[in-house]
Design a protein. Sequence first.
Length: 801
Amino acid sequence: MKRLLLILACLTSVNAQDITTLEKIGPVVRFENSEKTVTLHCQDNSQVQLTVLAPDLVRVRAAFTKPIPTKDHSWAVAKDDWTTPRWNLTETPDSITITTDELEVVVHRSPLLIDFRDARTHQLLNADERPMSYDANGRLAGIQFDSKAGMFVAASKKFGFDEHFYGLGEKAARLDKRRMSFVNWNSDTPGYNENKDPIYQTIPFYLGLQRGIAYGIFFDNSYRSYFDFGRASSERAWFGAEGGEMNYYFFYGPSIKKILGRYADLTGRMPLPPLWALGNQQSRWSYFPDTMVEEVVGEYRKRDLPLDVIYLDIDYMNGYRVFTFDKERFPDPRGLTEKLRRQGVKVVTIVDPGIKHQKERGYHAFDQGLEKNFFQRRRNGDLFVPRVWPGDSVFVDFTLPDARRWWGDLHRFYIDNGIAGIWNDMNEPSDFVDQTGKNQLDVVSYDEGEKTTHAKNRNTFALLMARGTYEGLERLQPDRRPYVITRAAYAGIQRYSTMWTGDTNSTWEALSLNIPMFTSLGLSGEPFVGSDVGGFIGRGNGELLVRSYQISFLAPFCRNHKQHDGYDQEPWRFGKYYEDIIRKYLKLRYALLPFLYTTLEEAHRTGVPLFRPLVLNYQDDPNTHNIDDQFMIGEDLLVAPIMKPDVTRRLVYLPAGVWYDYWSNKRYAGGTTITVDAPLDVVPMFVRGGAIVPMGPTLNYVGEKPTDPVTFNIYPDDAGSAAGRLYEDDGLSPGYKRGVFRRTAVAVRRSGRGFLVSLGTPEGTYNPGPRTFNFVLKSLGSAAKVLNIKDSGHAQEIPLR
Ligand code: GLC
């Protein structure tokens, strides 16, 4: 019997992914339009709404065999006050067309098929392969979930012969997702390898690129969702979910950067984290007692290795009770954080969602939450008691605004103890009773009064927990930027938290996923990413650790972390030879902070990430479309790391233009693939001709000394010109949101036999204090020209001869 059920279960799951068996939405019988929305009424009583939000952004909402619900709510969406752009509507007997300045949306009436075209060229960007579909039996096509959750909904698009697919957040997969399919269901997957799916996060947003023209689709549906980019059939790329609405946003580029900006308009921007978050970070499951934490920091300082942050993993707590310290291991947390603060080191603590469930009173987090009825319950009213680190536990219903506020306020405990940031883990939410989530199916959340189950709420649990945490920190310390890092997420997470890629293996295979994962996350609205340097599970070695740092020293989040029973892997653990190389890269990271921070601020403001795949900067160049063993930082730095043992040479693709080897300043003409040497102490790095890269002094930690001098390294293009920017602020407060920053534009051009440097009038009101600017011309090899001036804070032109 059990066996039969299993076979049946498998069959139904397969069905869930064969969308050709689904019922199609009926043809359009009439339509009406309002100021920004066209509502289509279909023969089968279905309704479709097309809403024009911006010239390049149209929302598609469909309700099958019923009217579109008036209730419209999303945890991901940050903006709903769009100013309706110019648009018009035309119709023929066969079609209805919405035209904005950029997009043309053609709705074919029968069958109901939607085409998206470029308004100027009428070129087809994306077209329905079949009408939007649903499970006609009104039940879930998958077997996992409770039937009250809804029906399977899907949209299917024609699959382009040369179409590339990017994004989809955190997937253990390559950059270009063509011919692959994925599931979104936040899952705790320690030791995942390539193609393990799903893993921790759900970001149902992807980009399509064909002939250099990009569009984006954000399917804002938090149920278990499916994305197939031409894997099951070359006829279609489709997406669907096991419940909820067919509800997607269509973004038109044609540039990927423009789409990322719009996606950030819709789902929110990453606020700037404190500048120290770009510093080097060290973690371990777990450093205890307090003297061991001090020892690790002492070792960093003694060995002249820079360090900004140290983490306390779960063993700092009393019996894994969040919002407590173990009194024996950490008798004086305030004293400890103060001592470390004097050495320039900040402490971040892990805070898991599982609150220990205990019979006896006396654990405030449990007592208060129970009393206030903030914990999740099953449909029958019983408390939901998952099992996590503390044993039997409870989870907060973070959909309740009051519960989020209470949770945020509980963090006063950490702030009072001098803790500088919060690490949210296990928030898929992980449950040792059953990691598939089946044990959570009848767990009900308030969900704006809808009282829905985890079928809908599991994927947004981490988003709302991070929101409670972030908003709490912001309330408790309004003059500080919150720092939160999370493992699980849903779209919109960038408003509240940075992320890391969870429990990786200490293997070369896992290392080779760093670049595709960091870049894909960046293409999905999450710019602040990183991975446990050296890998989390298992025994690494010096070579692997060095090659891992040679990627992560440029990732926004650079943190070495290790499992409790894994082999120690702090930078010095494999001996001096490796430690010296790691020091070189950590120091270079600190010297590059002005460049990294300038690029991070761009990510905050524009939604375009700093850690980029080549395709983001060169989408017209087909050679870049599937490169994921190289990456770029901003527009200017191209890096080609080694991700295999015993390899000291590799091919590097340089896009069109002039490039300079970062180490030797040797000049290359791009548009070609070159072979370069990469002995263990070298990661091949190239600077784009035309760039000016600002650098500062090396530091042991952020704020150790003023950024003085600032060195502008000039890499002229073919015409002898270069340009760059420097962004600065106090690195700690939210003042930058009110204009307390300084942005300095620098440009260089050829003038007579020399060069002319022009400094623009700085923007913003931040005063960095007196310091020197150095300009170093990198194009002349050993005859580098250097100019030193005082930063006058005014526009000026200075010859460089
Ligand atoms: C999870 C986290 C890991 C952490 C461990 C103990 O496995 O992903 O980073 O060290 O839990 O808290």
